[in-house]
Design a protein around this ligand. Structure first.
Ligand code: ADP
Length: 478
């Protein structure tokens, strides 16, 4: 079974969020199950060093945005196919926006080119390569199934995976022509979204199957509250929609082998976490004699993540004797809010505004609990890392958070299966209630250790979901 994955991010090469982790890890989990996955992604500057050792496998003169070539190269255990189009992808700044955070004005062309190159690769442009399934991830890849359908092609079969329905790839209708899209398909059951062109809607309307990254999110996006305007097209296609939980890379995220920790540990040596907490305290100037738990946040600072509500609960958290460290970047008002909290509570609140992968490992290693009060969360990865590191997740009851954390209610305690704490609503009062429950549980060391061990026993690897993806691919490929 051969699968062509198409995506705009892939860890460890280029990442802005969980999408990259999934695209980077899923191929490795599929390989032992007999699936050969190739990942097609743009050749951004961090990937340039790979180009000279790759092999030219296709050349196109007329993609949206001009000529481009495909270069196949194996790296970090992945079979990559890089779309080399320097006129679109050789730029300073991020993957989607410039140094000032402004979206590139030609993102429709950039990712239209990616999708069209993928469709052509799927239709035989690469000698000797004919995938059974084209698997498109998120809006940046979602036109690939559309181009195949427009070409009248029914092999390979197609899947679009929604990692976050808030990001839809919405552009002016005038892009249709530049992207070579048939204007007959511009209607509300097709590519049109309130007068605009929507890449994601195209993928949802024209793929053979649709998946998202947790069973709960798969149900939620059928409703107006979570569907962000796409609930209608999803309801029409509900029989083709399913939710498959993300896993994590348990080699990279392994507390027994993690080089980013001050002290490694496992479920039998949880007292060693204290040395990691000490390292965090030193780095953030937190007072070392706190008796309460250390909470952490590792997150994009956006409205989605509910951190505005958390800000309201910080005084309560500190008054109850707990501490907080925040690692994140994003909305200026949230960055400012957390900086102000750190200034107001020196010794008890520490903040690092920025992106820092090793620090994210240290925070998972040394914190007692991780706060994730998201308004919606398709799957979420940081609660899975928390489970793996005995850092108990404190999460809103939504999406993948609801599917992966077992609340410490009386019944779950008695059964010995509780792994975290649910926040009942995204407002500061509800977060304070949850923080209070954490502090009470933490004061009972035996109980807390039991919860940590239950958390660390929880399966967070890809094994289960990789099998589910294979079953899906097989059902499509016949
Ligand atoms: P999303 O994809 O919505 O951002 P996820 O929880 O699915 O949320 O994935 C976020 C990923 O990005 C995780 O791997 C998390 O550890 C990482 N991350 C988020 N913010 C930071 C940061 N400031 N520094 C380091 N890693 C971060």
């Amino acid at each position: 079974m051969k699968v062509l994955m198409v995506a705009s991010e892939c860890a460890p090469f280029v990442k802005t969020g969980g999408l990259a982790d999934v695209v980077g890890a899923l191929p490795g989990a599929l390989a032992p199950l007999g699936v050969e996955a190739h990942v097609l992604l743009p050749a951004y500057p961090p990937l340039f060093p790979l180009l000279p050792r790759g092999k030219d496998v296709a050349q196109f003169d007329d993609l949206p945005g001009g000529p481009g070539r495909l270069v196949a190269v194996d790296a970090q255990g992945l079979k990559l196919i890089l779309l080399d189009m320097p006129q679109l992808f050789d730029r300073p700044g991020g993957l989607y926006s410039d140094e000032h955070g402004q979206d590139f004005t030609d993102n429709a062309i950039r990712f239209g080119a990616l999708a069209q190159a993928a469709a052509r690769a799927a239709m035989g442009a690469i000698d000797g390569f004919s995938p059974d399934v084209l698997h498109a991830h998120d809006w940046q890849a979602a036109l690939a199934p559309v181009y195949l359908r427009m070409a009248g092609v029914t092999q390979p079969k197609t899947i679009t995976t929604i990692h976050n329905i808030a990001f839809q790839g919405r552009f002016g209708a005038d892009e249709m022509g530049r992207l070579g899209l048939n204007t007959d398909w511009f209607h509300p059951e097709g590519l049109e979204f309130y007068g605009d062109l929507s890449f994601l809607k195209g993928g949802l309307a024209y793929s053979d199957k649709i998946t998202t990254v947790s069973p709960t999110y798969a149900r939620e996006i059928l409703t107006p509250e979570f569907g962000m305007g796409l609930e209608g097209v999803l309801q029409n296609r509900a029989q083709y929609l399913s939710g498959l939980l993300n896993g994590i890379d348990t080699e990279i995220w392994n507390p027994a082998k993690d080089d980013a920790l001050a002290r490694r540990f496992d479920a039998r040596s949880l007292n060693r976490k204290a040395e990691n907490r000490a390292a965090i305290s030193e780095r953030f100037d937190l007072s070392a004699d706190s008796k309460g738990p250390l909470f952490c946040v590792i997150s994009r600072l956006t409205e989605q993540k509910g951190l505005d509500a958390l800000l309201g609960a910080v005084p309560h958290l500190v008054e109850r004797g707990a501490q907080l460290v925040v690692l994140g970047s994003g909305a200026p008002e949230l960055e400012e809010g957390f900086r102000a909290a750190a200034a107001q509570y020196p010794g008890n609140v520490g903040v690092f505004i920025g992106y820092d992968e090793p620090l994210s490992h240290l925070l998972q290693g040394g914190s007692d609990a991780i706060l994730i009060p998201s308004r919606f969360e398709p799957c979420g990865l940081t609660q899975l890392y928390g489970l793996r590191y005995g850092t108990l997740p404190v999460v809103a009851r939504t999406g993948g958070l609801a599917d992966t954390v077992i609340d410490a209610n009386v019944a779950a305690f008695q059964a010995g299966v509780a792994t975290g704490f649910m926040i009942d609503a995204v407002n500061y009062e509800a977060i304070e209630v949850a923080i209070g429950r954490v502090i009470t549980a933490y004061s009972d060391t035996k109980l807390w250790r039991g919860m940590q061990r239950a958390a660390m026993r929880h399966d967070v690897d890809w094994a289960g979901s990789a099998g589910a993806y294979v079953a899906l691919y097989e059902s499509l490929a016949g």
